[in-house]
Design a protein around this ligand. Structure first.
Ligand SMILES: NC(=O)c1ccc[n+]([C@@H]2O[C@H](COP(=O)([O-])OP(=O)(O)OC[C@H]3O[C@@H](n4cnc5c(N)ncnc54)[C@H](OP(=O)(O)O)[C@@H]3O)[C@@H](O)[C@H]2O)c1
Length: 301
């Protein structure tokens, strides 16, 4: 049961993004923060929050594309640091519980190969996006020690159609491009559907997480003590084996090459939230859940 959507008022920043749009479906009564207030985050955003008096603020807004952040660090700083800092100030003032998404990318500076725990002392991360995410975690907790910062793993889902209306039906409005951003499942399905080569590295490890499960745990996340949490599915397979496992679960036979690329691992040890009652599927169990939700097994060829 979706307890908080019935008993608490929820506000969502980034309501049109990949995660935020699924959170809006999960919390149909939630108040979305208007995009204009997010993009020019100042006292008007704090005024908006004071007026709405939410009990829970979910911050899924970000400039989340790593390349965009490298090219435009000012835009990254505004969305990934200044915005959560303003939300933290408003949350402290109004007594709202802030849940703000961070990223597994904060671990990119660690020399060890993982899986990573929250208590690892973190060197400076390797990219602008991750540096800003890490700074935001620290600054948000300085302002609002009760805030919950979720270091999310790489998330996936099938494309979203707004509401129940399909593209060729009258009430259809196209979702924001962010809502249907590329993800692991879509990359694999797209390659199979179009006969394109598929390659992943046997030398890289990363948790891959079904976003619907990540969103379904936000109720419980709102009851966590303030702090930083690894948040997603654990995965002990390398990326090549993970892609093969997804194809097996889909009932598809398709070749996957080993790219052999050496990239920083991003797998996380999620035992801290598990001990607090948030027990994610493993990555492969998550595939099964998603495939079952969408009836994707043995798609007609
Ligand atoms: N998706 C993943 O696999 C993943 C993995 C790890 C961590 N995360 C983190 O999880 C959170 C949600 O990610 P996501 O993939 O759902 O993000 P997303 O799809 O990129 O959506 C980001 C949202 O932020 C809004 N936004 C874009 N530019 C903005 C700006 N300059 N200022 C304020 N808001 C802006 C977008 O609004 P419009 O749609 O109106 O343009 C959109 O609603 C982010 O904090 C991200 O860093 C995501």
């Amino acid at each position: 049961m979706n307890i908080n959507s019935q008993t608490h008022s929820v506000m969502i920043a980034g309501a049109h993004g990949f995660t935020g749009s699924r959170a809006m479906e999960y919390y149909p009564e939630a108040v979305p923060v208007p995009g204009e207030l997010l993009r020019n985050a100042d006292h008007r955003l704090a005024d908006f929050i004071r007026a709405a008096e939410p009990q829970i603020i979910i911050n899924a807004a970000a400039v989340s594309d790593i390349g965009t952040c490298e090219r435009n660090p000012e835009a990254s700083y505004a969305a990934n640091v200044t915005l959560p800092v303003i939300l933290a100030g408003a949350a402290r003032e109004t007594g709202a519980k802030l849940i703000s998404f961070s990223s597994d990318q904060v671990y990119t500076g660690l020399p060890e190969s993982g899986p990573y725990r929250e208590d690892s002392p973190l060197p400076v991360p390797a990219n602008v996006y991750a540096r800003h995410k890490l700074e935001a975690e620290q600054r948000v907790l300085d302002i609002a020690p009760d805030a919950v910062l979720l270091r999310a793993a790489w998330m996936y889902d099938m494309p979203l159609y707004r509401g129940t209306a399909l593209p060729d039906s009258p009430g259809y409005a196209a979702p924001s491009p962010h809502a249907n951003r590329g993800n692991f499942l879509i990359t694999v399905l797209d390659a199979v559907l179009h006969g394109r080569p598929l390659s992943f590295s046997s030398r890289r490890y990363r948790g891959i997480t079904y976003v619907r499960q990540a969103v379904s745990f936000l109720d419980q996340a709102s009851r966590l003590p303030g702090g930083v949490y690894n948040y997603g599915s654990e995965n002990d397979r390398n990326m090549l084996e993970t892609a093969k496992a997804l194809l097996r679960e889909l009932g598809l036979e398709y070749p996957v090459q080993d790219s052999g690329l050496v990239q920083h691992n991003l797998w996380m040890d999620c035992s801290r939230i598990r001990r607090l009652g948030i027990d994610f599927d493993t990555t492969v169990q998550g595939f099964r859940r998603c495939i079952s939700d969408y009836g994707l097994r043995n798609l007609p060829g």
